[in-house]
Design a binder for this molecule. Structure first.
Ligand code: XMP
Length: 512
């Protein structure tokens, strides 16, 4: 196993960003609940600890506090923001309670570089986001850096290898922040840089083989990034012991089923069973207009179809899933932490426990960007590794109101034109999502000499970093003109194209 750096989560929105930065330095990191006992951290063999920021004051009644014994473990500790205040509070310093938050850019002047600021310029731009401030150093500590608002922007106790910084090195607005993190990991903790894609794949393949033995694994392949990478990784480890099930729910985009078949079956030689359940889905969705109702029907039908297909495949012991690390982190919900509001409603169904299958989740230690790296290293094409997100209920939530085969066909054709233009202009890779939405509204048009009375298609093209917020993408007018004119000329049944210029919030990315 790689060496671990523990990130104790005190409820900051940035905790996962810290963990990712550590991994960018090729060191393995794991997020732990703030109250994790020191003994557990010792058992895990952690070689260093980072105390994350957090929205609370150390004095608040509900303030998250760590097990004080972590300061006795003998491993280096870096406190970030709230983490510094915890060090002050627990180790004999003083923290000033402040009602106002200091938020935004600041300037750091390094007085004593030491190991943490080794190799960095003396003056750096930094990013602040804190309320309380350290006003008296704990015994054993010296100040290493100052900012315009704090004489203790950086502190250290070299003997105990405790370091603290008041600002956020994990965000890009802090110049050379990643270098500070790397200095802590490598220079101070002496962590091995053994968290690389190649090492991960080798380690993971061995682990899958050990766990699976001679058994069979079934994996539901959706064609999305996560299940595709999980399939490729499992296949590398166990070859024909893996069977993938791809359910055609009739709500797929144009050509999707054919692509999955050619890529996984022909190129990777993976055993993929395609189950055509489109008629069943459409029958169950007939006349249903309410979005939540549609989602529920699609989710339930998927589970039923998947379960039935397992019976025909024969005995298997394991169910593979493309679960990622952010899905398994126990989230710390602390007032003021918007991260605790991340929605869960997107999970389609959940496979019932009665299937009696053991789970195998080869990606559960990875962040999304790491999954993409693993996918690329396993030979998946760019179109899969960097594909845009697509909702589980598929086009079912992009045809407004009731769903019919005719409407789906119109949407599929319009969407295909949009994707073609996005790909050929290169904008597909620059935006978060780009898709068409079918509106069951008829409007008048002219086509040649004839009057038409056809449907409307909306274009939803957004930029986002995490889908929590999004803004409509400002695409060149010429590109939009081309997309619109191609859709109205080439797609039968559409007489008008409109552009969605709503941001999220208040609108969501999908229309239903
Ligand atoms: P909204 O529409 O809530 O979507 O702004 C945020 C992101 O999630 C995707 N999405 C889904 N993904 N199952 C999924 O796997 C779903 O039911 C689902 N609904 C929305 C959406 O495409 C966007 O990227």
């Amino acid at each position: 196993m790689p060496q671990t750096i523990a990130v104790l989560d005190f409820g900051s929105q940035l905790t996962q960003v810290i963990a990712r930065r550590i991994r960018e330095c090729e060191v393995y990191s794991k997020i732990f609940h703030f109250s994790t006992p020191a003994a557990k951290l010792r058992e895990e063999g952690v070689v260093g600890i980072i105390l994350s920021g957090g929205p609370q004051s150390v004095y608040a009644k509900t303030a998250p506090h760590p097990d004080p014994a972590i300061f006795e473990l003998g491993v280096p500790i870096l406190g970030i923001c709230y983490g510094v205040q915890l060090m002050g509070h627990f180790l004999g310093g003083k923290v000033l309670l402040s009602k106002e938050r200091e938020y935004g850019h600041g300037h750091l002047t390094i007085k004593r570089p030491g190991k943490l600021f080794d190799g960095l310029p003396r003056k750096l731009r930094i990013w602040n986001s804190h309320g309380d401030k350290l006003t008296k150093l704990p015994p054993g500590f010296v100040a290493t850096a100052v900012s315009e608002n704090s004489p203790f922007a950086g502190i250290e106790d070299v003997k105990r290898r405790f370091y603290g910084i008041q600002f956020h090195p994990e965000v890009f607005h802090t110049e050379r922040g990643v270098d500070m993190i790397r200095n802590f990991l490598v220079g101070i903790c002496g962590a091995r840089q053994d968290w690389t894609t190649k090492d991960f794949i080798a380690h993971s393949v061995a682990e899958i083989r050990r766990k699976v033995g001679k058994s069979r694994v079934i994996l539901g392949l959706s064609g999305g990034v996560d299940s595709s990478v999980a399939a490729a990784l499992l296949h590398k480890a166990i070859g024909r012991q893996l069977t993938c099930v791809f359910v055609d729910n009739g709500l797929l985009r144009k050509g999707e089923r054919a692509t999955v078949e050619s890529l996984y079956r022909r190129h990777f030689k993976i055993d993929v069973r395609v189950v055509d359940a489109s008629k069943l889905f459409l029958r169950r969705l007939k006349g249903v207009t309410e979005p939540e109702q549609k989602r529920k029907i699609i989710g339930r039908t998927f589970v039923a179809v998947f379960e039935k297909s397992l019976r025909s495949i024969g005995h298997a012991d394991f169910l593979g899933q493309g679960t990622l690390y952010p899905d398994v982190i126990e989230s710390v919900s602390i007032a003021g932490n918007p991260a605790s509001l991340i929605k869960t409603h997107h999970n389609v169904g959940g496979l019932p426990a009665r299937m009696k299958l053991k789970l195998i989740e080869p990606l559960r230690e990875l962040f999304k960007d790491e999954v993409r790296q693993v996918g690329a290293a396993l030979g998946l094409p760019k179109e899969v590794v960097w594909r845009q997100p697509f909702p589980g209920p598929g086009l079912g939530v992009r045809v407004m109101g009731d769903i019919t085969a005719e409407k789906l066909e119109i949407l599929r054709n319009a969407d295909a034109v949009l994707q073609e233009e996005m790909m050929s202009s290169g904008y597909y890779w620059k935006v978060w999502q780009s898709f068409a939405v079918f509106l069951p509204v008829k409007t008048v048009g002219v086509f040649g000499d004839e009057r038409t009375y056809d449907f409307v298609v909306a274009l939803r093209i957004v930029e986002s970093v995490d889908a929590m917020t999004a803004d409509w993408a400002r695409l060149p007018h010429d590109l939009l003109r081309k997309i619109s004119s191609r859709i109205t000329n080439e797609v039968r049944g559409v007489s008008r194209v409109v552009l969605d210029i709503s941001s999220k919030p208040p609108a969501t990315i999908e229309w239903e």
